[in-house]
Design a protein around this ligand. Structure first.
Ligand code: PMP
Length: 406
């Protein structure tokens, strides 16, 4: 919230907040127009647990993705964005005294949501290993230490939150890494809340394995997704959960007794867009194929611009975020007297005020106990129009010239 405010005041180019500044696809906009002016009943309430055409389309898609037969009425629940899906899961599954394992860096709402449900978050960081050959780091170089992860599971562990592809790093967990998590979940009878909102944003042909498809995992996993990320329309706030009825029945209880459902017209338009994608599945015209292709080019452009000024980007395998190492700039950023503000916070504020470029400090994605170990990085969002990325490049090129002349 602080950085959004600062970015609005000082920045000329905002690569901080995580949403696209390019338009949602035409087919989605057209579907909404049709929903608004067609069947007038689409202006009324629909089924609480999900508009029937949408749960049917989602069930059809996830049957394909998981190789698992699904009942649209019991294996899918539509929510107000992935955010509400997360909230429902924590409320449904976590009780006083339960522990929930959260992998760092993590999307910031996991921690307060676990606490609001009465649970205790237990954090385990991804550990970076610098590549030996002087190449740029990849998000794949950030890995869990298997022994450290295993040590976090106990009799009190109720669930683990997995976010792959991961915000903020862009890490796409490999099959081997997911197998390790799955083994521990099965061994300790633990649930997996699998936040897969960036499921279609995977680059360089990397395989995106779904943990629910691994042995013993379907029955203990709730998959969370978002039309906001899938169709570049974050303001629509249409999300979902997919999972076994034995788990989703509790999600439905929380959902029914809190928000009931999200806008019918938005659900209808998302349903039609999924039907389009089902027909085009795997074809070049599919948005699921086109969007990552476009974003990969944007990622590569931003990488070049950041390298030019001396930052060291960590190449993300997925999502529309990129984390960059800013340790080279320590002497440029003035210390603030009597303040224990971490370096990444100071750097980000300095960059916004002096260069007009907004980003988010990485330590914001860590628990209080681990924050201080990760203060040399900031996060950029590259889901931006070409003009926005060009404006960012202009700032970085000017900065580079100033550096070389000083
Ligand atoms: N999970 C992650 C990892 C996210 O990055 C976000 C949005 N930034 C959400 C969930 C929330 O998604 P939605 O906008 O659909 O509520």
């Amino acid at each position: 919230v602080d950085f959004v405010k600062l970015a609005a005041t000082y920045s000329k180019v905002n690569l901080g907040q995580g949403f696209p500044d390019f338009p949602a696809p035409d087919f989605l906009q057209e579907a909404l127009k049709r929903a608004l002016s067609g069947n007038h009943m689409l202006h009324q309430y629909t089924r609480a647990f999900g508009h029937p055409p949408l749960v049917k389309a989602l069930a059809q898609l996830f049957e394909k993705l998981l190789g698992q037969e699904l009942d649209p009425m019991t294996n899918v629940v539509v929510t107000v964005g992935a955010y509400q899906a997360l909230f429902c899961c924590f409320q449904a599954f976590v009780d006083e005294g339960d522990e929930v394992i959260i992998i760092e860096p993590f999307f910031d709402c996991y921690e307060p949501m676990v606490k609001m449900a009465g649970g205790t978050p237990v954090f385990v960081p991804l550990r970076p290993k610098a590549p030996k050959d002087g190449k740029l780091m990849s998000s794949a170089d950030w890995q869990l230490d298997p022994a450290e992860l295993a040590s976090k599971f106990s009799e009190r562990t109720k669930a683990i939150v997995l976010n792959s592809p991961n915000n903020p790093l862009g890490k796409v967990f490999s099959r081997g890494e997911l197998e390790l998590i799955a083994e521990l979940c099965v061994k300790h009878d633990v649930l997996c809340i699998s936040d897969e909102v960036y499921e279609w944003l995977v680059y360089d042909g990397k395989e995106n394995t779904r943990i629910a498809s691994l042995p013993g995992m379907w029955d203990r996993t709730v998959i969370i997704g978002s039309a906001g990320k899938t169709f570049s329309a974050t303001g629509w706030k249409v999300g979902w959960t997919v999972g076994p009825d034995r788990l989703l029945q509790h999600v439905r209880t929380v959902h029914q007794n809190s928000v009931y459902h999200c806008a019918t017209v938005a659900q209808e338009a998302v349903a039609q867009s999924f039907q389009r994608e089902l027909t085009l599945y795997g074809k070049p015209e599919s948005y699921f194929v086109q969007l990552p292709r476009t974003l990969q080019q944007k990622r590569d452009l931003l990488i070049q611009s950041l390298v030019a000024v001396g930052m060291k980007p960590i190449i993300p395998e997925g999502t529309y975020f990129l984390v960059a190492d800013i340790s080279e700039f320590k002497s440029d950023v003035p210390e603030v007297p009597n303040s224990d503000e971490p370096y990444d916070y100071r750097f980000t504020k300095w960059m916004m005020k002096n260069k007009g470029l907004a980003a988010i400090p990485l330590s914001a994605f860590y628990s209080e106990a681990h924050k201080n170990n990760y203060t040399n990085f900031i996060r950029f969002c590259f889901a931006k129009e070409e003009a926005t990325l060009k404006a960012a490049n202009d700032i970085l090129q000017k900065w580079k010239k100033e550096k070389t002349s000083s």
